[in-house]
Design a protein around this ligand. Structure first.
Ligand code: TXA
Ligand code: MG
Length: 350
């Protein structure tokens, strides 16, 4: 398949109209379009067309039991696809449009393929003007997983999406770098009107708890034991993992240095907070050091992480060390992605 790449300026959505209309036609006709959102690039198709959903799974190489998020142009559109409730509108008023996905009971109009046979469906109303306008012009909800091949880090730049999706989709809309860089926060509305956090993101547990009782699913911070029930199918799959083993260091700079110095691998990379870079450089001469952002600047860490993992993957390291994030605020989202990239290998160096 030939993939058309179209550049669109998210700050000039009026000039983008012609391109976005063409993209919307592709979606309406059952094709696939990669588009930017405020979190990561999405691989979009008509959510209420089961054959478009099937194409998405095949383009991504995604297991058919891992459901898709349906993207809507305005929060009230959720009414057409799910059974909403007061709590949904409370969440919508506070966080939408934006990086929050809400899981509710599905209406029959959403094909089984889109929701992987579950009785629930995930909805999200993105804030990125390109994404939002594309959905509105399509006139249908857009099912969109992250636009990476299954298992690799979500794309935060069009080039990353193209690396994975060229020849597999009809169009890639290049709208520059995604603002946040990690996927949306996912919550499920339970029957008793409490929330379960299934995937942490920019909208933090602390913020959500201000509105409603919130439980954090075990799989957010722990590996699943064999046979354990999984609330979100995506949690059971290996994710974000570069080819080289990633190890998370739980210690201070000195204890981490002593640990890495005892490593006999040849090509070692270290992901460090910018605050610690000089100290590491002084002691670890044969280790390549990459910065994630300042220790307390979780927003820039989130923005950098996936692009950095993709970059490191091309450099063929034998091993990659990275810091273990704090499980607070946006730190929880970084922790969740990094323990998956590291296959839960955490080393206490202190
Ligand atoms: O930021 C995002 O959410 C991006 C952009 C493109 O919007 N999309 C995204 O989609 O990250 P995806 O498919 O890569 O991740 C969606 C996750 C999967 O882990 C899936 O298992 C889970 O959401 N999910 C979807 N529907 C669900 C449902 N009904 N119940 C439980 N988990 C669900
Ligand atoms: Mg994904």
């Amino acid at each position: 398949m030939k993939t058309e790449i179209v550049k669109v300026d998210p700050t000039d959505i009026v000039s983008a109209e012609v391109s976005l209309r063409r993209a919307a036609e592709i979606i309406k006709n059952g094709g696939l379009v990669v588009f930017p959102t405020e979190t990561v690039y999405g691989l979009g198709g008509n959510a209420i067309d089961s054959s478009a959903a099937a194409k998405i799974y095949s383009a991504k190489g995604r297991p058919a039991d891992n459901p898709l998020i349906i993207h809507i142009a305005t929060p009230a559109d959720a009414e057409k696809y799910t059974y909403t409730c007061e709590l949904y509108y409370k969440l919508a008023e506070r966080f939408m449009p934006g990086p929050l996905t809400v899981i509710m009971k599905s209406r029959d109009i959403v094909p089984c393929q889109t929701r992987a046979g579950l009785s629930t469906v995930a909805v999200r109303c993105p804030e990125n003007p390109i994404a939002n306008r594309l959905i509105a012009l399509s006139g249908v909800p857009i099912a969109a997983p992250s636009a990476n091949l299954s298992g690799s880090p979500s794309p935060t730049k069009a080039e990353h999406a193209a690396d994975d999706m060229l020849g597999r989709v009809d169009m890639i809309i290049d709208g520059g770098e995604c603002e946040f860089g990690l996927e949306s926060t996912i919550v499920k509305i339970e029957d008793d009107m409490t929330l379960t956090l299934l995937r942490p993101g920019k909208i933090t547990p602390e913020e959500l708890s201000e509105l409603c009782e919130l439980r954090i699913a075990d799989a957010v911070t722990h590996s699943l034991k064999s046979g354990e029930a999984v609330l979100s199918p995506g949690m059971k799959y290996r994710h974000y993992a570069p080819k080289a083993p990633v190890l998370l260091l739980d210690g201070d700079v000195l204890s981490n240095i002593l640990y890495i110095q005892s490593d006999t691998e040849k090509r070692v990379a270290l992901i460090s907070y910018s605050d610690d870079k000089t100290a590491y450089e002084k002691s670890l001469h044969s280790v390549d050091i990459y910065t994630l952002g300042a220790r307390t600047d979780e927003v820039s860490q989130a923005h950098t992480l996936f692009a950095l993992l993709r970059d490191l993957d091309k450099r063929n390291y034998d091993k990659i060390y990275a810091p273990l994030p704090e499980k607070r605020g946006i730190g929880l989202a970084l922790y969740n992605r990094m323990i998956r990239a590291a296959a839960h290998r955490i080393i206490k160096t202190k």
